[in-house]
Design a protein around this ligand. Structure first.
Ligand code: GYE
Length: 331
């Protein structure tokens, strides 16, 4: 439903409806109210990060604040995202907010949105399109930078060793910006360190179940026990799956054993970090709802939003953490 300009609506009601008690809507029916309609296509609910991200959006875009949020969960399928966007175009929403599962394959559907005059705001990951006028703005994380923070920690942690540093790399959804950036940072660092050995690159699809499965398979396929120094997990849920698989097979995880490095730094991972089981938790901030609202407010006022906005992030080791910090964390 498109917005109806309130003064015009009032004038209409006063001119034609006054005196007979007519209203456009019965009480409680907000279908014709002056709401900004947002069609949101979310990747899915594959991780704790994702759930926190969806909650942040839902908390901001409420009817009390003047929005109607049409939220679509794509269950981790790009075709579902494309179908949702086409539906939003038909419904003539005011804005489309898209968390794209992967970078490629968006040109045509975003062109359709552009032709319908509906601005698209990208959240979290990016799209790889020829024409960057196909989206109005992008808000998310610098995933390469996050990976570089992790690589710098590994470098520092193993600088004294003369031995090989044995690394297992469990990747997120292939082709997503988060995977591409975090992978590129590790691969670049591995190429620059002669003694870093990438023993395996496994596809963990950002989920705990998949990571557990690929890690169990990998460990079961080893001829014997092997020294593993680092497991570079491209999100917290991958780290949880890897940790479970490693511990079940008798590996100790922590500074003296297998160093798990994870991304997101959600409460669950920080808890494992404080226990010493995750060595490094690199932050990735999912609380992007308020920043998306800022972009919409700029556009509502006729302005042009910043094209790319990256959120500030840090990394945590056990020494940085306290119970209180974890309890007070918003995600
Ligand atoms: O790290 C992961 C999620 O794109 C930043 O996707 C996001 C990533 C996040 O499922 O947990």
């Amino acid at each position: 439903m498109k917005r109806i300009w309130l003064p015009a609506l009032l004038a209409f009601v006063l001119a034609f409806g006054s005196g007979c008690g007519a209203r456009m809507n019965p009480p409680g029916d907000s279908s014709n109210e002056d709401l900004t309609v947002i069609g949101m296509s979310q990747v899915g609910a594959e991780s704790d990060w994702r759930v926190a991200n969806s909650e942040s959006m839902k908390a901001v875009f409420t009817e009390e604040k003047g929005y109607r949020l049409l939220f679509d969960d794509a269950r981790q399928k790009q075709e579902n995202q494309i179908t949702a966007i086409r539906r939003f175009i038909q419904q003539q929403v005011d804005y489309i907010v898209l968390m794209p599962i992967s970078e490629s394959g968006w040109d045509s559907v975003l062109q359709e949105a552009k032709e319908a005059g509906i601005p698209v705001i990208l959240v979290d990951r990016m799209v790889d399109v020829e024409d960057d006028s196909l989206y109005a703005a992008h808000i998310g994380s610098d995933f390469f930078k996050e990976g570089a923070l992790a690589a710098a920690w590994i470098e520092n942690a193993f600088q004294e060793t003369g031995n090989a540093v044995n690394i297992i790399h469990i990747q997120g959804t292939m082709g997503s910006t988060a995977q591409l950036g975090r992978t590129a940072a590790l691969e670049e660092a591995a190429a620059a360190h002669e003694n870093w050995e990438l023993l395996a690159q496994l596809d963990g699809d950002f989920t705990q179940a998949k990571a557990y499965e690929v890690m169990v398979d990998y460990l079961s396929g080893l001829p014997g026990r092997r020294r593993i120094d680092v497991v570079y997990c491209e999100n917290d849920n991958i780290a949880f799956g890897a940790l479970q698989a490693l511990e079940e097979r008798g590996y100790d995880c922590g500074r003296e054993g297998v160093n798990i490095v994870a991304f997101d730094a959600t409460r669950g991972a920080l808890t494992e970090c404080l226990k010493g089981k995750i060595s490094l938790a690199v932050e990735c901030n999912p609380l992007l709802g308020p920043l998306v609202e800022e972009v919409i407010q700029v556009m509502e006022a006729g302005g042009t939003p910043e094209k790319h906005r990256y959120v500030k992030e840090r990394a945590f080791t056990r020494e940085d953490l306290t119970e209180a910090l974890i309890t007070n964390r918003e995600y």
